[in-house]
Design a protein around this ligand. Structure first.
Ligand code: KIV
Length: 282
């Protein structure tokens, strides 16, 4: 049985912190699952770290479904959240419901996430009423990078902080089961966390959120293009891969790979018959 939204809400009530990591394929999902992570996000950040785009804007529904399916196949217990990509939910609620439904029906996710606060509360409410659990996402919302003018910390002034508190409340009223808070000052994230009943999951939002989310590639030192201040590298897998691939290339060039132990043998009689055959083909 996978972790449910009720389990996540219970974790908040008990003061149990919720670790969440992104994953984008079968293997990364298996590894994250083995670490006992209860919540996996198939984020549209895959646009950057997997597909090589310079933002999440180009990611589409087919990309998301493709990756959500792989993550669901690679996990058993974790609750898998599928991100709704840019323009899959903004135009109208009916389209939002259809696309959210695709992440569950075709992808196998247990819930969806979408970016935005008050302005999207009605859409969130319609999706939730259709039986699809929704995780909100406020603060820095990367799909709006062109409107925000870059990846900046949000909620630093009284007005914008008050707006974010209002956004969190509007999402909670609309029925979200959790809210991601991205890149906001820690004291503001703490206030939001204390003012809503649903778990808050922070990224660059300080230690007082109910949980934390990190991008798989940031956590493991696998993405060189951008290193956010809020990411902590727990391993240098990128460097380990480069040195392994370099050692492999040396071994191939210097005839150290493969050895006999890494090759398949053949019965001597078959080799003899084959040599005769290739010397005198019929
Ligand atoms: O797409 C993503 O990975 C996200 C997280 C950064 C929260 O939305």
């Amino acid at each position: 049985m996978r972790v449910t939204i009720r389990d996540l809400k219970r974790m908040k009530r008990r003061g149990e912190k919720i670790p969440m990591i992104t994953a984008y394929d079968y293997t990364s999902a298996q590894l994250v699952e083995r670490a006992g992570i209860p919540l996996i996000l198939v984020g549209d950040s895959l646009g950057q770290v997997v597909l090589g785009y310079d933002s999440t804007v180009p990611v589409n529904m087919d990309d998301m479904i493709h990756h959500v399916r792989a993550v669901v196949r690679g996990s058993e217990r974790a609750h898998v959240v599928g991100d709704l990509p840019f323009l899959s939910y903004q135009a109208d609620a009916a389209e939002a419901i259809r696309n959210a439904g695709r992440l569950l029906k075709e992808g196998g996710a247990q819930s969806v996430k979408l970016e935005g606060g008050h302005a999207h509360a009605e859409t969130v409410s319609r999706i939730v009423q259709s039986g699809i659990p929704v995780m909100g996402h406020i603060g820095l919302t990367p799909q709006s990078v062109n409107q925000l003018g870059g990846y900046r910390v949000q909620g630093k002034s009284i007005d914008s902080a008050a707006r974010l508190i209002g956004d969190a409340r509007a999402l909670e009223e609309a029925g979200v089961y959790a809210i991601v808070i991205e890149c906001v000052p820690a004291p503001l994230a703490k206030m939001i966390t204390e003012r809503v009943y649903v778990p808050t999951i922070g990224i660059g939002a300080g230690a007082d959120c109910d949980g934390q989310v990190q991008v798989f590639h940031d956590l493991l030192g696998m993405y060189q293009d951008f290193e956010p201040r809020h990411a902590r590298r727990y391993a240098e897998i990128g460097e380990a891969i480069v040195s392994a691939a370099t050692a492999y290339a040396h071994d191939v060039r210097d005839l150290r790979f493969p050895t006999g132990a890494e090759s398949y043998t053949m019965n001597g009689k078959v080799i003899e018959a084959l040599s005769e055959y290739s010397a005198n083909p019929v």
